[in-house]
Design a binder for this molecule. Structure first.
Ligand SMILES: O=C(CO)COP(=O)(O)O
Length: 268
């Protein structure tokens, strides 16, 4: 029997909101979730602000004892030293980060990150006691050619290379088709399930069936409150990595609250 995985809704703010705006958004999000009686045991809620916001987010989360978690959008492969502009995993851990997004398609595209680099970042994140959210996803050409499943399973192989089955089990994988990111074009629930299931099967094959049962796999790409329920109701989708919609407290909270519904069976 599959072990129960706690769903995760993560809001990737990308390069938006300064530290003052971050505090306002986190406060509003916490308020809305509390007002709507969100059960954090049913779904974890995480915000992923820019580096410059993290200390302020830490202060407000700790000060108000919020159950919202937070993470970073990237991490260095280096531990310390002469690497101008880089941020180490230990610095992020010290700031109380729970998660680090690694291998986002925007980093792969604009910063030339490849699977091997992403795997090192995932490992650094785990070694510092945080959870990597490892992103994979195909571009439009690959999707049109029908090669999306192979493309994504190979990316998972490469981007988690060198991790032990236990490390994979405690990681998060995010399937984010590049053609769906920021385009308003959301994958169908069937598209999302097809790839997320294939990724889980790949984890079973390469690492272990236990890792496959435990690893959380998210969908990301133009997720909105209206489109999220049908996608998140899929059996191999364990939540969402949300971009644009995570900048609005009401919209993001509405996505999180899907898991508060008493019965998910009628939603798909
Ligand atoms: O890239 C994403 C999250 O990491 C998705 O962004 P959008 O939800 O804005 O499409």
């Amino acid at each position: 029997m599959a072990q129960k995985r706690t769903p995760l809704i993560a809001g990737n703010w990308k390069m938006n909101l300064n530290h003052q705006e971050a505090v306002v958004l986190v406060q509003k999000l916490a308020w809305v979730l509390q007002d709507k009686k969100h059960d954090f045991d049913k779904a974890e809620v995480t915000v992923v602000p820019p580096f410059t916001d993290l200390r302020s987010v830490q202060t407000i989360v700790d000060g108000d004892r919020m159950k919202i978690r937070y993470g970073a959008q990237d991490v260095s492969v280096h531990d310390a030293g002469a690497y101008t502009g880089e941020i180490s995993a230990s610095m992020l851990a010290k700031l109380g980060c729970s998660y680090v997004v690694v291998g986002h398609s925007e980093r792969r595209e604009y910063h030339g990150e490849d699977d091997a680099l992403v795997a090192t970042k995932a490992l650094k994140t785990l070694q510092a006691g945080m959870t990597p959210i490892v992103c994979v996803g195909e571009g439009l050409e690959v999707r049109k050619a029908g090669a999306h499943v192979t493309h994504c399973t190979e990316q998972v192989e490469g981007s988690l290379a060198g991790l032990s089955p236990d490390q994979v089990a405690s990681s998060v994988i995010a399937y984010e088709p590049v053609w769906a990111i920021g385009t308003g074009e959301v994958a169908t629930p069937e598209d999302a399930q097809e790839v997320c299931l294939a990724l889980r099967e790949q984890v079973a094959k390469t690492w272990s069936s236990q890792a496959a049962e435990r690893v959380r796999i998210l969908y990301g790409g133009s997720v909105k409150a209206a489109s999220a329920p049908a996608i998140m109701a899929q059996p191999d989708v364990d939540g969402a990595l949300v971009g644009g919609a995570s900048l609005q407290a009401d919209e993001f909270a509405a996505i999180c609250r899907f898991y508060d519904l008493p019965d998910l069976s009628g939603v798909a």
